[in-house]
Design a protein around this ligand. Structure first.
Ligand code: 5GP
Length: 135
């Protein structure tokens, strides 16, 4: 069982932004930049390109909405998108609020306190639930 399945099952805590029947988004515990978020399908599929088209497109739609919420809350130039999966073999989309290319390298990390994580997750959650319905 992956560490993300344990998070999905509530066995390990996370700074959750939102979830629906199929997906969950929570803050990365070792962020490249403030607001670095992971969008994860609840079904434990190791490799993103093993997903069927319908699930893959739904993951991207879900990630887009999380990105729209993130960019309202975290000052940045863009929300960078990455899929790596070398550390956790459970598909996830990294959404990273960036102003510099170095923030996409996974070499540079920012420290955040528990309080900062909680406050940020709550703000992005509020922005997410206030989004207009999908178009
Ligand atoms: P990847 O598999 O894409 O190479 O990287 C996995 C990502 O998951 C890393 O950015 C890492 O910081 C994050 N991560 C690993 N374990 C946990 C965890 O238990 N909780 C959270 N929130 N993030 C994690």
């Amino acid at each position: 069982m992956s560490i993300f399945t344990k998070i999905i099952n509530g066995e390990i805590p996370c700074y959750k932004i939102c979830e629906d029947k199929d997906f969950i988004a929570f803050l990365d515990i070792n962020p490249n930049a403030k607001g670095h978020t992971l969008c994860v399908p609840k079904e434990e599929i190791s490799y993103i390109f093993d997903m069927d088209d319908a699930q893959y497109l739904k993951l991207m739609q879900f990630s887009k909405r999380v990105a729209l919420a993130l960019q309202q809350v975290v000052p940045c130039k863009r929300i960078g998108v990455a899929v790596v999966g070398l550390e956790v073999p459970h598909t996830h989309v990294h959404l990273i609020p960036i102003s510099e290319m170095s923030e996409m390298t996974f070499q540079q990390k920012v420290q955040m306190t528990d309080e900062e994580f909680k406050e940020l997750a709550a703000k992005v959650h509020q922005a997410f639930i206030a989004l207009p319905s999908a178009n």
